[in-house]
Design a protein around this ligand. Structure first.
Ligand SMILES: Nc1nc2c(ncn2[C@@H]2O[C@H](COP(=O)(O)O)[C@@H](O)[C@H]2O)c(=O)[nH]1
Ligand SMILES: [Mn+2]
Length: 199
């Protein structure tokens, strides 16, 4: 995967020094046709944006925001009003009081790091993402690769027909989805989409 200078805008860069370096080398020759065939150790040290904490699957973002893996399809034994229940979170995350979670938008829109408010009305749960506004089949009928390229402009990601069913317009507006669950979570950080890797 490569990030091409020509595809980037100044807003892409989180660090001022990186923005300045990019601006100074804008006219550098692009090597779009190149293919990575091998990766070797060079001893070079680069600045990174997050660090994994051993054993916990947690990592920190800029400003020391601690976050981590966030499951959204599982069953857990939990107690409510003295009753021991099996809570199934299928397309939902746990939002216990003070617990951190991730609520993503789509390939082209923002993601949110949130902190649960522990609402028992939702069995301490919140949404696991913006959620679909149309099926994968409907998205494929309605949108083209060109629409996908347009809606993911500035994001380094696949833009081919194979992922048109995940086009941003196939999902609900993440800002609205977050707004409508203010009683379940508080926003810790809004993350701007830069790279999206499909597994
Ligand atoms: N940041 C991204 N968010 C995405 C992507 N594909 C989907 N989504 C959002 O997450 C939920 C859950 O997705 P799922 O594929 O696990 O069902 C979904 O409702 C979207 O709001 C993505 O590529 N990047
Ligand atoms: Mn997806």
């Amino acid at each position: 995967m490569g990030i091409s200078r020509a595809d980037l805008t100044a807003e892409f860069f989180l660090h001022e020094e990186h923005r300045i370096r990019w601006a100074a080398h804008r006219d550098a020759v692009e090597r779009r046709g190149w293919t990575v065939r091998a990766v070797r150790r060079t001893g070079a040290v680069e600045e990174v944006f997050c660090a994994v904490v051993d054993g916990t699957h947690a990592f920190t973002l800029a400003d020391n925001i601690l976050t981590g893996n966030c499951h959204h399809n599982y069953v857990a034994e939990e107690s409510y009003d003295g009753m021991d229940l099996l809570v199934t979170r299928k397309g939902a995350i746990r939002a216990g009081e003070g617990e951190l979670g991730i609520i993503p938008g789509s390939m082209g829109t923002a993601s949110y790091i949130v902190r649960g408010l522990g609402s028992t009305a939702s069995f301490r749960s919140a949404s696991h993402g913006a959620g679909r506004r149309m099926s994968r089949a409907a998205a494929k009928r309605r949108f083209t690769e060109a629409d996908l390229a347009e809606q993911t402009r500035g994001v380094e990601c696949r833009k081919d027909a194979g992922v048109v069913d995940e086009i941003p317009a196939a999902y609900k507006p993440i800002e609205q989805v977050i707004d409508r669950q203010r009683d379940l979570v508080e926003v810790v950080a809004r993350l701007r989409q830069v790279v999206c890797v499909k597994g």
